[in-house]
Ligand binder design. Structure first.
Ligand code: B12
Length: 433
């Protein structure tokens, strides 16, 4: 490991102090490297230690079977090549410049000399070394405890902190990193990282501006993680607390809802692996339901009073008591300006028909989470035809049990897998001529 790269404000200051001292004493040689150049290769003798003045250097090693592992990206104030020098061994890793970079190169002999004679210099170097060690320890903990998605999020937050600049919506990571490079930083394979980055993009955690990634403010990521965690742990009070924090800190309400949904999906996976039982699932559902009104309230307050843009009758079909997903769809439809008549859970076929006759909705929306209850949607569409109502109303279907193929088989007008997209679907169906 060749880096003692910075990872906190204090650390950055420490790096700045070191740079200041070295420049003041006119130590070393200022050198400029363009992106793609190497400072050193694995196995080379240590000739210089580099103090990064600006830019970014990726430190990685290549194993005998050709796999590469990245230890980190060293930015301004970081030292490169130090650990090998101190151990009197050849470089154990490669140092590649990934942004145009300025370094102060100090020869190995001079660096050793300074360590023996300059107390302030030695102290700063020692502190940087200690910080590098604690960073390594936290990465080792991450690797053991966190799943790949959480590791990826942590690493993006670190990169944003060390190499980021604030924009009005988030933090831009000023590094041009390929998916392969991000994968090595997270110790995962490239295709997993590509999938996860796409997922994070879809959830609105990050987006691209030119060649650079922008992430939402790290504090928002932390709050959203806590929201997910409180649902997983089935903690109602915590879920309410973090939902309020999310709203107070300006987290977008839909992102907060997504974080709650991620918690329920994790719970489902744990349940399927027999790691928890149904009582835990119920506690998580309660936690999620307790947080929803706080977010709904925010959406309702920010909603401008507009004329209804369409009327929707929605319900969870007969035999199915799952109501969280449907509640979210109804809530976001209202937020978009639709008038929503929510029939609740376990709605039988006849009640859907009666509501269609009574409210004359533009859209009839049915939710179903179970394979068995999905059959009810076929029944309702058939009954609409029988009653001569099918041409008067658009039918949309959703919920975990529904797929695009099922939607086609039952002859519905639309299906979407998330509440957010359900709203876009409703808009398209009611506003395309
Ligand atoms: C929480 C939960 C429960 C809670 C429900 C609490 C409540 N008040 O809702 C409790 C514990 C009570 C429960 C009971 C049961 N459950 Co349950 N439950 C779940 C779980 C873990 C999460 C559901 C959830 O709330 N997800 C979060 C919400 C936000 O997601 P969602 O509902 O999918 O909605 C999203 C989208 O689908 C979409 N959407 C939803 N509706 C609509 C509608 C339209 C029109 C559109 C366009 C989009 C759309 O938008 C939403 C937001 O993005 C799921 C597993 C899962 N991952 O889905 C199992 C699950 C649905 N349950 C299941 C089962 C089997 C049951 C029980 C039969 C268990 C039992 N043996 O007793 C009973 C059912 C009783 C009944 N008759 O309904 C199975 C269904 C399997 C299947 N394919 O048939 C699942 C998939 C678990 C599993 N993996 O086996 N469950």
């Amino acid at each position: 490991m060749e880096t003692t790269g910075d990872h906190s404000q204090e650390q950055t200051d420490l790096g700045a102090d070191l740079l200041k001292w070295v420049e003041h004493e006119r130590i070393g040689q200022l050198q400029t490297y363009s992106r793609g150049r190497m400072l050193f290769w694995q196995g080379e003798t240590v000739e210089y230690v580099y103090l990064v003045k600006q830019g970014a250097v990726k430190i990685y090693s290549i194993s005998q079977d050709g796999k590469s592992y990245a230890y980190g990206v060293v930015g301004a104030g970081g030292i490169v090549g130090l650990t090998s020098l101190l151990q009197c061994i050849a470089h154990e890793s490669l140092a590649e410049v990934i942004e145009d970079t300025e370094v102060i190169a100090i020869s190995a002999a001079e660096f050793n000399q300074l360590l023996c004679t300059e107390r302030q210099f030695s102290l700063l170097v020692l502190k940087k070394l200690a910080q590098g060690l604690s960073l390594l320890a936290s990465k080792a903990r991450d690797a053991g405890l966190l799943d790949v998605q959480q590791r990826l999020k942590h690493r993006l937050v670190e990169l944003a902190r060390d190499h980021g600049s604030a924009t009005d919506k988030g933090v831009k990571i000023n590094l041009d990193l390929t998916h392969e490079e991000i994968a090595t930083l997270v110790a995962a394979n490239r295709s997993t990282i590509t999938g996860l980055l796409n997922e994070l993009k879809e959830q609105g955690f990050l987006w691209k501006e030119g060649r650079h990634l922008v992430i939402i403010p790290p504090v928002h990521i932390e709050i959203l993680d806590e929201l997910t965690r409180s649902v997983v742990n089935g903690e109602e009070d915590e879920a309410k607390k973090w939902a309020s924090k999310a709203i107070d800190s300006g987290v977008e309400p839909t992102k907060a809802l997504n974080a709650l949904t991620s918690g329920m999906n994790l719970i489902d996976r744990m349940f399927n692996r027999n790691e928890i039982d149904v009582s835990d699932v119920i506690l998580s559902a309660y936690a999620m339901k307790s947080a929803i009104p706080i977010i709904e309230d925010k959406i309702a307050k920010s909603r401008q009073k507009v004329h209804s843009i369409g009327r929707v009758v929605i319900g969870t079909v007969h035999g199915d008591i799952h109501d969280i997903g449907r509640t979210l769809v109804a809530m976001l439809l209202r937020a978009r300006g639709f008038e929503v008549i929510d029939l609740g859970i376990n709605v039988n076929c006849d009640d859907f028909i009666q509501a269609t006759l009574k409210f004359k909705p533009d859209i009839l929306a049915m939710s179903s989470l179970m394979t068995t209850s999905a059959q009810e949607q076929f029944k309702v569409i058939h009954a609409l035809r029988e009653a001569g109502l099918r041409e008067d109303v658009k039918v949309i279907v959703g919920g975990g049990a529904i797929t695009e193929k099922l939607k086609q088989q039952m002859g519905a007008d639309g299906y979407e897998p998330t509440a957010h997209r359900a709203v876009e679907l409703a808009w398209r169906l009611t506003h395309s001529s």
